[in-house]
Design a protein around this ligand. Structure first.
Ligand code: GDP
Length: 197
């Protein structure tokens, strides 16, 4: 299915499960810890500077944002995690929201996109999110962002560390990505479109 990611529009921000969208359209769920560049990756995908808000006060975004792509799928921006200064209450709210999203939406989540920082070993929170995607049974794509920050010779070992930490198999897709430069964009779009077929 050809999907024009440039035709993207914001539809809803859900702070509680009653606002979740469940209309049968495929959902691409994007997750990542605060500051990993999730907003930048989304903006790069849809070819806009500011669709997902970059640099929104970290940790305050405990909402799930839905963007409709080409009238045929949703890009779901899950709230970032792992920001140290977040209160316990906010953390709990986040966990509850995510838990319900994964429980209720497991049939609609077509593909999970887990964004990690290519320079670092995935964190404990990344692993938790990775487990949630796995348990939901949806295919998962790992996007290793900030590729432009590595030297050429550093790339391969960095990818190996991420693959090893997340226990990926050869079939699991990992896309080195740079929201800044655009590397990986076409591949990510291709993989997401394949998931809808
Ligand atoms: P979010 O909190 O995950 O939504 O992260 P943001 O999209 O707000 O990005 C956090 C910071 O990382 C910002 O200063 C971005 O400009 C920067 N950033 C995001 N992606 C990249 C990338 O691919 N390369 C570089 N060099 N910086 C990036």
């Amino acid at each position: 299915m050809a999907l024009n990611f440039n035709k993207a529009e914001f539809v809803r921000s859900a702070g509680t499960p009653k606002d979740f969208l469940r209309d049968g359209l495929p959902q691409f769920a994007f997750a990542g810890r605060s500051n990993v560049g999730k907003s930048s990756v989304i903006n790069r995908l849809v070819g806009r500077k500011n669709m997902a808000y970059v640099g929104a006060s970290p940790g305050k975004t405990t909402h799930i944002n839905y963007f409709k792509i080409d009238q045929r799928a949703y890009l779901v921006d899950l709230p970032g995690y792992g920001y140290a200064k977040v209160s316990q209450a906010e953390k709990e709210r986040w966990a509850k929201l995510m838990e319900t999203y994964f429980q209720q939406e497991s049939e609609s989540i077509t593909t999970g996109v887990l964004i990690v920082d290519i320079r670092h070993k995935p964190t404990a929170n990344d692993l938790t999110m990775h487990d949630w995607f796995r348990q939901s049974g949806c295919p998962e794509i790992i996007v290793a962002n900030k590729l432009d920050k590595l030297k050429k010779r550093e790339i391969e070992p960095a990818i190996a560390l991420i693959r090893e930490t997340l226990e990926l198999t050869d079939e699991d897709v990992l896309i080195p990505f740079s929201a800044e430069k655009g590397d990986g964009k076409d591949e990510l779009i291709r993989v997401l479109m394949n998931a809808c077929e």
